[in-house]
Every structure is written in structure tokens, then in C-alpha cells.
Design a protein around this ligand. Structure first.
Ligand code: PGA
Length: 256
């Protein structure tokens, strides 16, 4: 395990920053992270700033992700943005099924799967977020809940398609709460996700899959999380809005 998976750290800016603030921040990050090679880095600005941030980061070692997309190519879906439109803006990745989307906007596993397919079709790499609520965890349902979410996004995909994906394990109770899963708790779930991936797609695909941890990742807990054998990166919310914090999380990635 571990092997050749390159650590992948993504900053999810959520609904923060005007275009000007986003571009200035991207420019600062670009300078601060210049020369980082061991770790792959991306930022997910709000949709309004995506194109300008993508332009600012062009040619740098920081990629650009969307926070969401719609599953249809085009159509009467007021307020939505499609995968081909994201491609057009210079997007390399897109989050899918973030717990805020699932909880606040009613996104289901079926929606997530359709979005994954739409993204793969245009060559954008999906980062699918999965995770249990505190009630699920307390009731001993973590494995079932996360397993069902992973299964829904991967069942029936080809190995080539699956290899384009990243999974982000984000326990809902750890997002924005300051509570982090312990490295052991996270490792256990990550290991289960990899095993499930293997059942669907075989050993090679399972050992190539990158699984990020997300939920109150900070500079002072990043290293111990990233040292776990099945934690291959971080999806960072709050701390990604602070350049020092985000860069030091990226710098905490271990040699692999
Ligand atoms: P947080 O958010 O780091 O603020 O907990 C993580 C996320 O929502 O992706």
C-alpha cells in the first residue's frame, strides 16, 4: 500500500471570495507553492471566480477544480452549470456529492453518479465526497453508509474511468466543526473504501485510487493524517482560505 500514489491536496473555498479576492489569493498561493513537486495541489474557487483563477494559475503547479456541476450537457436547468461548461472554463477536477450538497441541496447517490458520468465524458476528474453523519457513526453504520455511497459512484464503471477518479472521505461531523477523525478512524474507513474499489475493479485499480481525507484538516493534524497508509491527500475547507495554513498542509505530505 502507499506505493506510487502522489499526495493530492485540494482547497475547497466554498462560497467565499469575490473575483478580485480569489485572483489575488491564487496569485499568492502560486508563489508560495512554487517548487512543490511531491504533492499535487488544486483549488476549488466559487463558480463566479473559476475562469479568472484558472487563468491566473495557468502554467503553475496548482490545478483548478469546480465545487459542483450539473449532470446534463445543456438544457432548461436554471442556475446550473454543466460539465462541458466547466471544461470550457479550464477546470481539471470537480468535487461531486460534497456533504453540504447532499444535506442542504438534497443531492442523492443517483445524482452523484450522473454527475460523475457527465464529468468523465468531458475529461474532468471527479472528486467524489463520501462520509457518514454523527448519528450514523454512533449507530455503527459508518461502513454501510460510506460503502453505499462509494458503490453508487463506481459500480459498472470501467477501470479507465475509475482511474480518473478521486474519493474524498469526509465524516460529516468533522466538517467545519474543529473535530477531526483520529488518524486511526480515518485510516480504517479509507482501507474499507480501497477494499471495496478492489472488489469492483481489481487490485491494480484499488492500489492506484487516491483517497483524500477531509474534515477540519489543519497544519497541526495534517502530517499525522497523511502518514496513514491509505490516506493519500486532503480536502481542506476552512484552512484553505489561509495561505500559510494551506501551504503548510500541502508541505506536510510525506515522501512516498
Ligand atoms: P473543513 O471543510 O476543512 O472546513 O472542515 C472540509 C470540506 O468541507 O471539504
Amino acid at each position: 500500500m502507499g506505493g506510487s500514489r502522489r499526495t493530492f491536496v485540494v482547497g475547497n473555498w466554498k462560497m467565499h471570495k469575490t473575483v478580485r479576492e480569489a485572483v489575488e489569493f491564487a496569485s499568492l498561493l502560486k508563489r508560495r507553492a512554487a517548487g512543490f513537486q511531491r504533492v499535487q495541489i488544486a483549488v476549488a474557487p466559487p463558480m463566479s471566480a473559476l475562469e479568472r483563477v484558472a487563468r491566473e494559475l495557468e502554467g503553475s503547479n496548482i490545478g483548478v477544480a469546480a465545487q459542483n456541476c450539473h449532470w446534463a450537457e445543456a438544457g432548461a436547468f436554471t442556475g446550473e452549470v454543466s460539465a462541458p461548461m466547466l471544461k470550457d472554463l479550464g477546470c481539471h477536477w470537480s468535487l461531486v456529492g460534497h456533504s453540504e450538497r447532499r444535506q442542504l441541496f438534497g443531492e442523492t447517490d443517483v445524482d452523484v453518479r450522473r454527475k460523475v458520468e457527465a464529468l468523465l465524458k468531458v475529461g474532468i476528474h471527479p472528486i467524489v465526497c463520501v462520509g457518514e453523519t454523527l448519528a450514523d457513526r454512533d449507530a455503527g453504520r459508518t461502513r454501510d453508509v460510506v460503502g453505499k455511497q462509494v458503490q453508487a459512484c463506481v459500480a459498472g464503471l470501467s477501470v479507465v474511468e475509475a482511474n480518473a477518479m478521486t474519493i474524498a472521505y469526509e465524516p460529516v461531523w468533522a466538517i467545519g466543526t474543529g473535530r477531526t477523525a483520529s488518524p486511526e478512524q480515518a485510516q480504517e474507513v479509507h482501507q474499507g473504501i480501497r477494499a471495496l474499489w478492489g472488489q469492483h475493479l481489481g487490485e491494480d485499480a484499488a492500489s492506484a485510487l487516491r483517497i483524500q481525507y477531509g474534515g477540519s484538516v489543519k497544519p497541526d493534524n495534517a502530517q499525522v493524517l497523511l502518514m496513514q497508509p491509505d490516506i493519500d491527500g486532503a480536502l481542506v475547507g476552512g484552512a484553505s482560505l489561509d495561505a500559510d495554513a494551506f501551504v503548510s498542509i500541502a508541505a506536510a505530505s510525506p515522501e512516498r
